[in-house]
Design a protein around this ligand. Sequence first.
Ligand SMILES: [Zn+2]
Ligand SMILES: [Zn+2]
Ligand SMILES: [Zn+2]
Length: 141
Amino acid sequence: MNLDVVYSILTKNDYKLTKQRKVLIDIFIKKRDLFLSVEDIQKEINKIGINLDLSTIYRNLAVLEDSNLVCKIQNGNSNLYKIRTMKKHHHHLICKKCGKAVSFEYCPTDTFVRIAEENGYTFTDDKIELYGYCNNCKNNL
Ligand SMILES: [Zn+2]
Ligand SMILES: [Zn+2]
Ligand SMILES: [Zn+2]
């Protein structure tokens, strides 16, 4: 996903590509394989000499999330964010040490539907993430 694509998606959703959003998207594109905490994002923004407080970052993240431009996963009490690199429904394999992620499409939806039906539920959605150590990190544990 490049800036033009991001821009057209934002405009389609009636959002403007403000300077703050552009900075945020630039960081996400640069770190496209990494899940970042809001604090990580703030550090990256500081590195390029810009100061944004956490509430501003959260507000802009909400816009990107609303436009389906970022993937969000839960990490304890906080969330981690990554630019969405796969359009279809997908899951992530995430390194517990560095946050590096692989997106993959495999999803045993049929099994989930069956489990739900067996229990009298109508299946709606799933949230599954796989965790491990990436090739880099497993040698430096
Ligand atoms: Zn994703
Ligand atoms: Zn790693
Ligand atoms: Zn799934």
